[in-house]
Design a protein around this ligand. Sequence first.
Ligand code: MN
Length: 423
Amino acid sequence: MSLHLRYAAISDRGVVRQGNQDSVFAGSHFIAVADGMGGMAAGDLASAIVINTVARLDVPPPPDSVVDELADAVADANRAIRRCVADDPQKEGMGTTLTALWFDGEWFNLVHIGDSRAYRMREGGFEQITVDDTYVQMLVDEGRITAEEAERHPQRSLLLRALGASEVEPAFQTIKGVVGDRLLLCSDGLSGPVADADIARTLQTAASPQEAAESLVQQALDAGAPDNVTVLIADVVAEEPGEQRQIIGGAAADARLAESDTAVLRAVRDEEEAAEEDGESETEELRQPKARRKGRVWRTVLACLIVLALAAGGGMWWARTQYFVGVSDEGNISLFRGLPFEVAGYRAAWIEVDSGRPAEDAVDSVEAELEAGRTADGREDAEDDLAALTDPAAGNENLDPLCVTAADGAESVPAAAKDCRDD
Ligand code: MN
């Protein structure tokens, strides 16, 4: 018996963000959510590229090679993102999550990377079926913090893996569909501010996918929606649900981005064709993973066993795309690239700007924050933070009043102010 999907999807900018970096696709055979990241309008481009690339899978999956085709589409999307970065180094650090399901009428083939989640409601039982590729999930797996602590952890949105990295190893799963199942794919803009219990209750009670999606987005907005919110609901039904349109939402629906997507994808395809004509290479390279994929299963097992290795290998790429303001070895307020804490014993922070302003000049609460590292949303954000922290103008609440006066170059520098500048 072949089953069908009845679906609805909404992507909302949320209350705080200027733009929407999430993208969503829903069709009769394929559903996907991507949450882009990276400054300079790169995050929306990344999620749009991946969604517009994998949307080609909205056809009945080939019975014998579904995982290969899924892996190839993801690899193509990743190459397109990396090509964008190669063309424009300003886009370095752009990346995206991807959580997608390809349905063959009986089985769901799931691919997952990042922290966009898939949940399932089956006969009243609510279950998260993806495992977040996040730093806090790693801490939970290691037993160092509880799931509740992870929800409030300051680094909860730090990803260890995402598309856009040089090495991408998404997780694949196959799940049997049962009539009555209700699936939810969502970005962290829903799973962050809205509690699992509320999500579960909504999936349980909403009469239709559309009603469930609208209600969940509204709950995220009511909770202040600090991030973009994307919700996709798919019900597994026995009867053909009638005419349903493909849904493309969020950044992927932005015409301006779709145009540059098309250009990038065409360029990638041209490269492939050129390589094919040469009779060598790039395509070979693309095909090889099929042979290597058996090894991948082993590596997945190993990765589960050696969580530390995963953190070191997977986390370092991501670390290089993060910024924070902290204290240099000389004791000055400085801008760093990397992470303000060790990942599995590795220090992954590189100093970028030393302001020359001693951290001691900061008021105690700010100094403590600097010691811990004030994480920023991209380099520009970190630069703004550094500028605000070290602003010599009187009235800078971040600095001890005397230090503000002293640095301001006021005519008469009080003796005490001198003291606070002296080591
Ligand atoms: Mn997000």
